[in-house]
Design a protein around this ligand. Structure first.
Ligand SMILES: Nc1ncnc2c1ncn2[C@@H]1O[C@H](COP(=O)(O)OP(=O)(O)OP(=O)(O)O)[C@@H](O)[C@H]1O
Ligand SMILES: [Mg+2]
Length: 374
C-alpha cells in the first residue's frame, strides 16, 4: 500500500468511441501541473460497426500503447463508462446521517432503477441539502451499471494491463473538470446555472449544474459520426474521406453569415453550403434534444433558466457551432477550455496543439483529477 501512495499520479483515460484521450497531472502544493496529454485515434471507421472482438482488440492495443510509454510512471488509471451504459438518477430523500443513508439507499434505489438490484453495480453520492415543504432533504445522485457492462469494462482494462482505480461516468468526469475551474471565471459570462454539453463521435452528453452541483444528465445519441455519415452520403465518399472533409470544411452558417453569403454572387462556397445542408437535419435533432433537456430542467427540476452553455468534445470544433447554439437556444455559449486552472510548461507541451485540441480532453482531465477522492 505504501508503494501505491507514493507512486505517480494515475492516468485519466477517456476511452471514447473514436479516440482515446489520456491526461496525467502532477499535484503541486497549489494546484496541478500537466505532465501528459495525448490523443490516440482508434480507427478511421466507426468502431461500433466492427465485430466486438475486433473492436476490443483495437481498444486494448491503443491502451497498451499509451501505457507502454517510458515516462508513464504507473499503470493505474481512472476510466469512465459511457453515459448510455449507465442509469443515472437524481433523487431526494429525507435528511439523515451517513450510516442511515447507507442502510436505506438500497431500498430507495430500487424504486428508481428499472432492473433488479442484483443485476447492477450501484453507487451513490450526496449532492446537496435542501429545504422543501419545511422539511430538510438531501439530493442524492444514484448511478447504476449493469453487472455485465461493468464486467466487460473491467475485463477490457485488465487485458490491456490497466490497474483500474476509479470507474466513473463521462458526465461526472466533466463536472469534476468543470469544478476545478469554478471561481476562476475571470472572463466570460458569470452564471449560476450552466449546461455542460460534450459532443463526441457517438453521443452528446448534456449536464445541467447549479453552483457546480449537477441536477440533470442526458445522453443524446447524436455526435460527430452522424455528421460524417451525412457528408459521406452527400458526396459519395468513404467514411474516412468524409471525416477528413468534415474536419477541414464543416461550418455552420449562422444567421448573420447566411445573409452575408446569400448576398454574394453565386451564394458563397458551394461545397461548404452542401456540407452545411447535409449536416443540418442531424444538427437540428441534436438542438431539439438539448432544448428538451433545458425545458425539462426549467419546468420540472429547478424552475430556473440555463444561463450559460459550455461546449466541449471533438464535435464542438465544427466552425460556428457555438454561435449556432447560442442563436437557437438564446443563451451565451462558450468553449469549455479544460486547462484554465492547470499549469502547463511550454518546455513540455506545444501550446498551439493543446489549444487546438483542448476540447477533446475535458473528460480525461476530470478522470485524472479523481485520484484525490479516495
Ligand atoms: N475539426 C473538427 N470539426 C468537426 N468535427 C471534428 C473535428 N475534429 C474532430 N471532430 C470530431 O470529433 C469527434 C471525436 O471527438 P471526441 O474525442 O470528443 O469523441 P469520442 O470521445 O471518441 O466519442 P464519444 O464520446 O461519442 O464516444 C469525431 O466525431 C470527430 O469527427
Ligand atoms: Mg467522449
Amino acid at each position: 500500500m505504501a508503494f501505491e501512495l507514493m507512486s505517480q499520479a494515475i492516468v485519466g483515460l477517456d476511452i471514447g468511441s473514436s479516440m482515446i484521450k489520456s491526461i496525467r497531472l502532477k499535484k503541486l502544493k497549489d494546484g496541478y501541473e500537466l505532465t501528459g496529454a495525448e490523443i490516440t485515434p482508434l480507427s478511421s471507421d466507426p468502431i461500433e460497426e466492427m465485430e466486438p472482438d475486433a473492436r476490443l482488440s483495437l481498444i486494448r492495443g491503443a491502451i497498451k500503447k499509451i501505457l507502454s510509454q517510458k515516462n508513464i510512471g504507473s499503470k493505474a488509471a481512472a476510466t469512465a463508462i459511457p453515459g448510455d451504459s449507465a442509469i443515472i438518477r437524481y433523487i431526494k430523500v429525507p435528511y439523515m446521517g451517513d450510516d442511515e443513508l447507507k442502510n436505506m439507499i438500497h431500498y430507495e434505489a430500487e424504486q428508481y432503477i428499472p432492473l433488479g438490484m442484483d443485476q447492477v453495480v450501484f453507487d451513490y453520492q450526496v449532492l446537496n441539502e435542501v429545504e422543501e415543504e419545511n422539511q430538510k432533504k438531501m439530493e442524492v445522485l444514484l448511478v447504476a451499471v449493469k453487472n455485465e457492462t461493468m464486467n466487460q469494462h473491467l475485463d477490457l482494462l485488465k487485458d490491456a494491463g490497466v490497474k483500474a482505480k476509479v470507474i466513473d461516468v463521462d458526465a461526472f468526469a466533466l463536472c469534476n473538470a468543470y469544478q476545478l475551474n469554478l471561481g476562476e471565471e475571470t472572463e466570460g459570462v458569470k452564471a449560476d446555472t450552466v449546461a455542460l454539453i460534450n459532443m463526441g463521435a457517438k453521443f452528446t452528453t448534456v449536464t445541467i449544474l447549479e453552483k457546480g452541483i449537477p441536477h440533470l444528465t442526458r445522453d443524446v445519441n447524436i455526435g460527430g459520426n452522424n455528421f460524417t455519415k451525412e457528408i459521406q452520403r452527400e458526396f459519395n465518399l468513404s467514411f474516412a474521406q468524409a471525416e477528413e472533409l468534415k474536419k477541414q470544411q464543416a461550418a455552420i452558417m449562422v444567421e448573420s453569415e447566411a445573409l452575408l453569403l446569400g448576398g454574394m454572387p453565386g451564394g458563397g462556397d458551394d461545397k461548404a453550403s452542401r456540407i452545411y445542408e447535409a449536416i443540418t437535419p442531424a444538427l437540428n435533432k441534436l438542438l431539439n434534444d438539448i432544448r428538451r433537456s433545458f425545458d425539462f430542467y426549467e419546468s420540472s427540476i429547478k424552475k430556473k433558466p440555463v444561463q450559460k452553455v459550455l461546449i466541449s468534445g471533438g464535435s464542438s470544433k465544427i466552425k460556428n457551432i457555438d454561435r449556432f447554439l447560442s442563436e437557437r437556444l438564446g443563451v451565451p455559449v462558450e468553449v469549455n477550455y479544460p486547462f484554465k486552472n492547470i499549469n502547463i510548461s511550454s518546455k513540455n507541451f506545444d501550446f498551439d496543439y493543446l489549444r487546438a485540441n483542448a476540447v477533446h480532453f475535458n473528460v480525461a482531465l476530470g478522470l485524472a483529477l479523481r485520484k484525490e477522492d479516495k
